[in-house]
Write a protein that binds this ligand. Structure first.
Ligand SMILES: Nc1nc2c(c(=O)[nH]1)N[C@H]1C(S)=C(S)[C@@H](COP(=O)(O)OP(=O)(O)OC[C@H]3O[C@@H](n4cnc5c(=O)[nH]c(N)nc54)[C@H](O)[C@@H]3O)O[C@H]1N2
Ligand SMILES: Nc1nc2c(c(=O)[nH]1)N[C@H]1C(S)=C(S)[C@@H](COP(=O)(O)OP(=O)(O)OC[C@H]3O[C@@H](n4cnc5c(=O)[nH]c(N)nc54)[C@H](O)[C@@H]3O)O[C@H]1N2
Ligand SMILES: [Mo]
Length: 770
């Protein structure tokens, strides 16, 4: 098979993978409960023996244990359930990572790269953990083992041969610990570039930009405790039942304390509707908690219109009874732009807002009434808001609503962008950013005595362009699965193939190892659950969760191979090999004990003072957060109202909006299984969810096999063989799974200001497969 034919997306090129049938059940109305417990056990026992499984689960999210490698939802500050502070999908993440299936030289000798690439992502992931460093020579068909020494030597050789450090790209996925991430950015900057794209560029970048500009801090402002005090919680564009299951426990508690919950989503997601907490007696006895009070089934990207409509209704009531709806004191003392924003609201046409949102006026009124006299409102959101062209403006519109209510910087209220990867927020805090602040660079210079580069580097989208266009030729990834996670899969594949060298620090085998540069290297690392011992002493690393709490994480399982290194040690050894005597950093010192890394990190990054002491306190510590305290570092010291236009999406008769979403059985590009239990879709992931009326109008029926086509800037993209499934989704809206449909997301279709691919709105046509 030639390079060009290696499948970059599973299924499209080799239809034998496509089962051609899907089993449909009724979408579930209740999340978690006993089926979730059974599912956890099944996944764990499939990958390891019961003793190892139990050992892992007993330490998961405990104060003396390790941080779940799943999502970034925080752990309770106070008491934690001693046996089960995790969720079904956390257990699956552990099963995936702590598997005892290992891939060594024998595996790679008997499986060529082409053969492995022909497998589905699901099959590739199930192969197991990479157990020793592997090297793919130019033109070779098989990966062969090499020593760590040789691996670092080869990478250093490539890096030092480039005509500019800017020809190398250093990607990070969000599982990397604070310690590893801090050292990584330090190495990359001493080497001489700010090319530090990360998964955040595809994830919450829009939240960071919007919150930074409006409130002066790119992170959310709430703590878990705020949930328990909130009067209303709005959840937009998020599917917590699947992606942040432990959030349901917090929502249930909020609800028990009297909060009203409003959900905004094109899909009636199971977890948002009802919840059975398997950790409680009620849950075990099947007494379910209804979570959502008001469900607003918006059209894809109808959020801006909906938010403006709600604000307009609040304004009308405020006009009738001044001072009863808006927090006038807060607005006048702490914000700027309110008058202009209110004028802007008055110019809105309610009929147009209603039509653009896809929600009836009656329901919008119900939501507005629910918020009318409440003073403590929390807004939560995730990818349904961030991955749109107007994402930054939409998130600012959420902030506008909170500002009108004075719902920021006080208990029970604020912003809650719910992060994805378990340490994606921490990685950014400690310096993984292609647009570093002058402050960070000055500090690095002062503490380490070298001058870091000042020019901004590539983010994820511009990194792909740079490799495609031959401007960068070494790609190094600290975790992640760049090929499958990024948009426009075929272009990314070409970009990676253009490289002289692609390197991945990885736990599991994935497709990015198989669509590679002229040479390729896999560096196998320890995962969260693995014991990490240096000089005979057990080490721990630290992570920051979605609410800014920094905690220790200490794996407890014996590593599956003696040939794995930890991420911090990999960075140090790579830095030593690459920079040699040129370096001003004592890398060796950092490989002796991670306390030494933290000692220096606190000198560079604000908020970490007494790091080693404070992080040893059970539960860790909160990083400072001005917005939480009602202080806004926006330049003017005020929170900023934003005025944004309403975006309407005109569609031709045969066009649809498509969002790419996660099933219940995956973690991003890692596919745990083929079922999406909550949505009632089993055994097939190549499906397109469509409204029944649209299916009828198009002359299709459930089970038809179709190809999906996108045309953007004159270029056609096609993914083949998807099964039509009738689903409760607004007309003209469709959904497919990430990453199967990524080949349809145009590289140039990005959010304004944040450059995030618009993975939740791709315009497609649907045509019957031949
Ligand atoms: N088990 C598990 N946990 C995970 C992950 C995983 O893959 N599996 N991934 C992790 C990561 S990195 C992240 S970023 C998070 C992702 O967490 P989510 O953001 O919850 O993930 P998505 O599946 O992308 O879901 C987006 C939700 O937004 C809705 N939506 C799509 N478009 C729109 C829109 O225009 N408006 C509105 N209002 N809603 C919309 C979809 O219907 C869906 O419910 O989860 C993290 N946790
Ligand atoms: N169409 C579409 N595309 C999307 C999205 C979408 O909603 N729709 N979501 C986007 C989002 S929100 C995100 S965050 C990105 C995710 O992008 P990535 O973070 O790049 O992708 P993951 O699938 O999370 O990466 C999984 C791989 O990480 C490696 N890994 C796991 N644990 C560790 C570890 O501890 N250390 C190391 N070194 N490696 C490890 C394993 O080899 C595994 O195969 O995808 C984005 N892409
Ligand atoms: Mo993410």
């Amino acid at each position: 098979m030639s390079d060009q034919q290696i499948p970059t997306t599973p299924g499209a090129e080799n239809p034998e993978e496509f089962t051609g049938h899907v089993k449909l059940g009724k979408p579930q109305t209740t999340a978690a409960g006993i089926p979730a417990v059974i599912s956890s056990a099944k996944h764990i026992l499939h990958e390891m023996d019961a003793v190892r499984g139990l050992k892992a689960l007993l330490k998961l999210n405990q104060k003396d244990g390790f941080d779940c490698p799943g999502c970034a939802w925080p752990d309770p500050d106070d008491e934690r359930s001693s046996i089960a502070e995790y969720c079904e999908n956390g257990a699956k993440a552990i099963a995936e990572e702590a598997t005892t299936k290992k891939l060594g030289s024998a595996f790679f000798a008997s499986n060529s790269v082409d053969e492995l690439a022909a497998l589905t992502d699901y099959e590739i992931g199930k192969k197991g953990r990479v157990a020793q460093p592997m090297y793919l020579a130019p033109g070779a068909t098989h990966y062969k083992p090499l020593s760590w020494e040789d691996a670092f030597g080869k990478i250093a050789g490539h890096l030092n041969a480039l005509s500019s450090p800017d020809e190398a790209i250093f990607y990070t996925s969000g599982r990397t610990s604070n310690e590893a991430a801090f050292l990584y950015q330090l190495f990359v900057r001493e080497y001489g570039t700010n090319n530090l794209p990360d998964c955040s560029n595809m994830c919450h970048e829009s939240s960071g930009v919007a919150l930074g500009e409006s409130l002066g801090i790119g992170k959310g402002s709430v703590t878990l405790d705020d949930f328990y005090q909130a009067e209303a919680i709005i959840i937009l564009g998020q599917n917590p039942g699947t992606n942040h299951p432990r959030m349901l426990t917090a929502l249930q508690k909020a609800k028990d304390n009297g909060a009203t919950i409003i959900s905004v989503n094109p899909l009636p997601e199971t977890g948002l509707l009802n919840f059975l907490n398997p950790q409680t007696v009620k849950g075990v006895f099947n007494i379910k908690a209804k979570l959502t009070d008001i469900f607003l089934q918006v059209k894809i990207n109808g959020d801006m219109a909906l938010l403006k409509a709600i604000a307009l209704l609040l304004l009308e009531e405020e006009d009738r009874q001044p001072g009863t709806v808006f927090d006038k004191t807060f607005i006048s003392e702490n914000t700027q732009g309110a008058t202009d924003y209110i004028d802007h609201l008055r110019r809105q046409n309610m009929d147009q807002l209603v039509a653009a949102s896809g929600v009836s006026l009656e329901q919008i009124r119900e939501a507005a009434n629910a918020l009318m006299h409440k003073k403590k409102v929390i807004a939560c959101w995730a990818m349904g808001l961030t991955q749109h062209k107007n994402a930054v403006d939409t998130i600012k519109e959420v902030v506008n609503l909170l500002l009108l209510k004075g719902s920021i910087g006080k208990p029970g209220a604020g912003t809650c962008p719910v992060r994805g990867h378990s340490n994606v927020q921490g990685d950014r805090t400690v310096g993984i950013y292609e647009k570093p602040s002058a402050r960070l660079l000055d500090k690095i210079r002062d503490i380490y005595g070298f001058e870091p580069p000042r020019e901004h580097g590539y983010d994820t989208v511009s990194a792909i362009r740079a490799m495609r266009d031959g401007k960068a030729s070494v790609f190094f990834a600290m975790g992640g699965n760049f090929l499958s996670a990024t948009p426009d899969t075929e272009i990314t594949a070409q970009a990676l193939r253009n490289c002289a060298l692609t390197v991945h620090v990885s736990t599991k085998l994935n497709r990015s190892h198989l669509v590679h540069g002229r040479e390729a290297i896999i560096l196998p690392c320890l995962g969260r659950s693995d014991q990490d011992i240096l000089n005979g002493e057990k080490q721990f690393v630290t992570c920051e969760n979605s609410m800014g709490v920094v905690q220790m994480s200490k794996g407890n399982l014996p590593p599956i191979s003696a040939d794995l290194l930890s991420e911090p040690v990999i960075v140090c050894r790579l830095a030593q090999a690459t920079l040699g005597d040129r370096s001003r950093v004592n890398w060796k010192h950092y490989t002796q004990h991670y306390d030494y890394i933290r000692e220096d990190l606190e000198k560079v990054i604000p908020g970490f003072n007494n790091y080693n002491t404070r992080v040893r306190h059970p539960g860790g510590f909160y990083l400072p957060n001005n917005a939480r305290e009602g202080k806004f570092d926006t330049g003017s010291g005020k929170a900023v109202f934003n005025i944004a236009p309403l975006t309407i999406h005109p569609l031709a008769d045969d066009e649809y909006m498509m969002m790419t979403i996660r099933s219940h059985d995956q973690f991003n590009t890692t596919i745990y299984g083929l079922d999406d239990r909550y949505r009632g879709i089993y055994q097939e992931r190549r499906v397109i969810l469509m409204n029944k009326t649209d299916i009828d109008k198009a002359g299709l029926k459930t089970g038809d096999v179709v190809d999906l086509v996108n045309v953007f800037e004159g270029q056609e993209r096609v993914v083949r063989k998807f099964l039509v499934v009738a689903y409760d989704i607004p007309e003209r809206c469709t959904a497919t799974y990430f990453p199967e449909a990524n080949a349809l997301v145009p590289l140039n279709s990005v959010a304004e200001k944040s450059n995030t691919p618009t993975s939740k709105l791709v315009v497609i046509r649907v045509r019957k497969s031949l």
